[in-house]
Design a protein around this ligand. Sequence first.
Ligand code: CA
Length: 293
Amino acid sequence: MHRGIAAQVSYGRLRAKAKPYGIGGNQQADSGMRIRVGAATDVGRVRKQNEDAFALAAEQGLLVVCDGMGGTAFGEVASQMAVATILGQLNGSQDTGEPPTAEEAGGYMLRTSRLAEAVRRANKAIFQEAQNDEAKADMGTTVVAAWVSGDIASVAHVGDSRAYLWRKDHFEPLTRDHSFVEEQVKAGVLDRAHSLQSEKQNILLRALGREPEVDVDVSEVPVQPGDYLLLCSDGLTRMVPETAMSEAIANLREPDAICRSLVDAANNNGGADNVTVVVAEIQSEGWRRWLSV
Ligand code: CA
């Protein structure tokens, strides 16, 4: 059955915990890979508004987390615009599996370059809106997105929202923050542990909506059944250590339960910021066939 966008895509700027935490469900991504997804978002213990936004288009294998900024409610406009633009750009599309030419995709798979282009379009849309309305002049947003097809996850990001890969208790960041402190760590003037205490953690070097053009970091990550992808805003990474994130996946295994547990952990540790977590479990299609024999 053909499913329209409303049926296959769930996304939201959830203001409070009350709404059932996003989405969930089992959906088949293309190329025989199946993913199980979950999400949770919360305003936290300090902020008045939740400026994070996320999207899950599980059937398409697409996950997005955005963390808006800009004050007086316009951060949520920016994050919501980014999510909507990216979904709109990639609406219902599947990977054709055709290898791109180098000119088309800069050496990346077509799907990866399409994801990056969708992020660039989101940047343009937010930048134009910020130019047109003085009240929104400071708005912007981070973005991290993953598009899973077959055994490859295309990952794109701008800012300090992150993607991680969990595999057999090994937990690995797939993104490097575009932030002042990350640059200090890279330059060797600040170690990782101290970076978590830095007062300069808020300084982003890249965000959507600030400039007419933006550089989007992309990568292609091989995935296999049993892997988990986790995308989150900094409201999680500043409140909850990576070891606890990895343990939540190892112990719970169910994407919605993992997300809820991590949001609770962020709040229990102070909840200083909005927190959003999206998780996809990569599953094999094989068991289905086996059961049906
Ligand atoms: Ca944040």
